[in-house]
Design a protein around this ligand. Structure first.
Ligand SMILES: *[C@@H]1O[C@H](CO)[C@@H](O)[C@H](O)[C@H]1NC(C)=O
Ligand SMILES: *[C@@H]1O[C@H](CO)[C@@H](O)[C@H](O)[C@H]1NC(C)=O
Length: 210
């Protein structure tokens, strides 16, 4: 009798506990949850950090890490004067949380992997092609801000926010590097020659004076 009574209480309690557990979900710090509903589809508003309820089976919470993420984007491309340039960008990105459900619907979970390398390469190629190799060195700030502007705009079209974009590496093909080195050596030689000539003319002047 007592056992039967206990069973009658324990089983429903267990089921209730399981249902309750399945209907609570946690959104950790730095995350947001996109809600998917079997009937109404993806809900517009993403859920903020904290503990929330859902209807088990009917609804599902998809967690998105919305913290700032670093990424390197590298490409090798041609400058305006057709020199090979290897360039690496460091990009800090995060999803625009107000459009998270759009991101989920159009790009899925690996949205940044799908978007950033491809638009990064596209922007790098198009900007580098507008400068001569020497200009890429002497006008690095201009190049950097052009890349930043274009990349920010392109990323915005995919609802990605970029916190920072900076050029971390810029190297040139062997030919150009050798040409620059040769030019530097020639310049040093010319300066040395000028110095010798000046010294000679000074000693002539000194001789003339005394
Ligand atoms: C980017 O490259 C630097 C070295 O250039 C490295 O230290 C860093 O870990 C890289 N970051 C990522 C996210 O790959
Ligand atoms: C980005 O958000 C806009 C709405 O502001 C939307 O029209 C567009 O489809 C979104 N793009 C992606 C790739 O999520």
């Amino acid at each position: 009798m007592a056992l039967q009574l206990a069973n009658r209480l324990v089983i429903p309690l267990g089921v209730a506990a399981a249902v309750l557990q399945a209907s609570i979900y946690d959104v950790p710090g730095g995350y947001r949850a996109v809600m998917f509903d079997r009937f109404s589809g993806v809900q517009n508003e993403a859920k903020p950090e904290g503990t929330h309820f859902l209807v088990p089976w009917l609804q599902r919470a998809i967690l998105y890490d919305c913290r700032i993420k670093p990424r390197n984007i590298s490409t090798t491309t041609g400058s305006k004067d057709l020199q090979m340039v290897s360039i690496t960008l460091r990009v800090l990105s995060r999803p625009d949380v107000t459009h998270l459900s759009k991101i989920y619907q159009s790009l899925g979970m690996d949205y940044d992997e799908r978007v950033l390398p491809s638009i990064g390469n596209e922007v790098l190629k198009s900007i580098v092609a507008q400068f001569d190799a020497a200009e890429l060195i002497t006008q690095r700030e201009v190049v950097s801000s052009r890349i930043r502007e274009d990349l920010l705009q392109r990323a915005g079209e995919f609802n990605l926010t970029l916190e920072d974009v900076s050029i971390t590496h810029l190297t040139f093909g062997k030919e150009f590097t050798q040409a620059v080195e040769a030019k530097q050596i020639a310049q040093q030689d010319a300066e040395r020659a000028k110095f010798i000539v000046e010294k000679a003319s000074i000693s002539k002047l000194v001789q003339a004076l005394y």
